[in-house]
Ligand binder design. Structure first.
Ligand SMILES: [Zn+2]
Length: 116
């Protein structure tokens, strides 16, 4: 139901800001080394930050799991039209992370990547 409403709004008002749209389906996947979070038409690509890995365990921002350095990685994103670089700590294993992550949390991370 929410998806139909969302599509209708986007059809009528293509420039509707992210925050004003009802939630849609959030996609979270790996594209090579990069991590993509998408809620069409919004999309953010997170670039991996070079290792060395974390000196101590960290909590994945997407799924909330406490991860040792080898299982987590920092990713960075620069929102379009912005000079701010934002960092997010995510599981190295995106597939497994996606199983655990709640859409509203992924949406919050996506927001970091698209809003200046
Ligand atoms: Zn995770």
């Amino acid at each position: 139901m929410a998806v139909d409403e969302r599509e209708l709004i986007l059809e009528l008002f293509p420039g509707t800001p992210f925050d004003l749209l009802p939630p849609g389906e959030v996609l979270y996947y790996r594209e090579g080394e990069q991590v993509v979070i998408e809620e069409p038409p919004f999309r953010a690509v997170f670039e991996p930050v070079e290792r060395p890995a974390l000196p101590r365990p960290g909590v994945c921002e997407a799924c909330g799991r406490l991860l040792g350095g080898a299982f987590a990685r920092f990713f960075r994103v620069t929102p379009p039209g912005s000079r701010v670089v934002r960092y997010v700590l995510l599981c190295e294993d995106t597939e497994a992370c996606r199983e655990r992550a709640r859409p509203e949390v992924l949406r919050r991370i996506l927001r970091k990547g698209i809003l200046p």
